[in-house]
Structure formats: structure tokens, C-alpha cells
Design a binder for this molecule. Structure first.
Ligand code: ZN
Length: 179
């Protein structure tokens, strides 16, 4: 796999000064280091994932979103993807979501909310001149992650503000148990 730090550093657990600098400047976090080390372990028994290019990870409310560069994740078979996901969930104890960074916002959002579907994306200019994206999804009950967490992920990874709305709302908003 390709990582933004030296493989040697990950293996030894000691970062060289260049990689240490990326951590200090906030380009990478301690979570990234832990996830990359877990991926390195997973790769030993799942060599198919060696084509992946790691981008970053986000840990929030029991979920772990792991982002890879465009086209690397989509080249893997569904069997390999699910093996990767369950291995990482087991190693981290978190609900793992594997994601690909996409330049196209609607493609990125569609992957993020699946199996729910994106119906429309509208840009709204707020009075303070910032832009917010209103994203209409088909069915709230199809979401596997609460919408507030999804909004947080888009903000932190893409630096874009999104608010989700639903054609069909769940009768019990996302308090129910999450898969
Ligand atoms: Zn290094």
C-alpha cells in the first residue's frame, strides 16, 4: 500500500523527522498513524489491498471513516472490500466505513450515504456569504450513519458545509441502534 509516511516508520513505530513534521503540522493525526499500522497488518493476509493509496482517517462517535485516493478502492472486488472492512473493524473496535476521495461532490456524497440515494444537491448562499449545500436523500431509514455525523465528515474532509434532508423521514430520527 502507499502511505503518506515511510513504511519503515510504521513498522518500527518511530517516525523520522520528515514524517514527525507532518504529524506536528496537523497534516496527519495519531489516528492516521494507528490506522496505517492496522492496514499494514491487514495487508499481510489480504495482499489484494496493496494497490490502495491511503489518504486520511476520521474517527468520530464510534465510527472510523478511512479515505483512499480516487480509483484505488473501486478497483477492489466486493469480497476483498468486505474482508478489509471487517478486519479493520475487528482491529479498531470501531464501525469502519471505507471511502474514496472524489473531486465530484455528488459522487462523493452518493458513496458516503449509500445505500440511501442522493436525489438533488442545491447550493445555498447564506447571509454571511458562505455557501451551504442542501442535499436531498430518498429515505432516512436507508442511512447507516446519523446525518449529523455525515455532515461533520464532509466538512472535515472536503471543507464543504452540507445539510441533509429526506424525501421520506424516519419516524424515529437517528436515535435507533446503528448497524
Ligand atoms: Zn518517515
Amino acid at each position: 500500500m502507499e502511505f503518506p509516511v515511510c513504511i519503515f516508520d510504521l513498522k518500527t513505530g518511530v517516525l523520522c523527522s520528515k514524517c514527525e513534521g507532518k504529524l506536528r503540522e496537523g497534516e496527519l493525526t495519531q489516528d492516521d498513524i494507528e490506522v496505517m499500522r492496522a492496514l499494514l497488518e491487514t495487508e499481510k493476509k489480504l495482499p489484494q489491498i496493496s494497490s490502495l493509496i491511503y489518504f486520511k482517517s476520521l474517527k468520530t462517535s464510534g465510527f472510523l471513516f478511512i479515505f483512499f485516493l480516487e480509483k484505488s478502492l473501486s478497483s477492489l472486488s466486493p469480497t476483498v472490500l468486505s474482508a478489509l472492512q471487517s478486519d479493520l473493524s475487528r482491529r479498531t473496535g470501531l464501525k469502519v466505513k471505507l471511502m474514496e476521495i472524489r473531486k465530484d461532490l455528488s459522487v462523493f456524497l452518493q458513496n458516503l450515504v449509500a445505500p440511501a440515494r442522493v436525489l438533488t444537491v442545491n447550493k445555498v448562499w447564506l447571509p454571511d456569504q458562505t455557501i451551504e449545500h442542501r442535499v436531498l436523500l430518498d429515505d432516512e431509514r436507508a442511512l447507516t450513519v446519523p446525518p449529523t455525523i455525515l455532515s461533520e465528515v464532509v466538512k472535515r474532509v472536503m471543507n464543504i458545509s452540507v445539510i441533509f434532508d429526506f424525501q421520506r423521514k424516519s419516524r424515529q430520527p437517528f436515535a435507533r441502534s446503528v448497524r
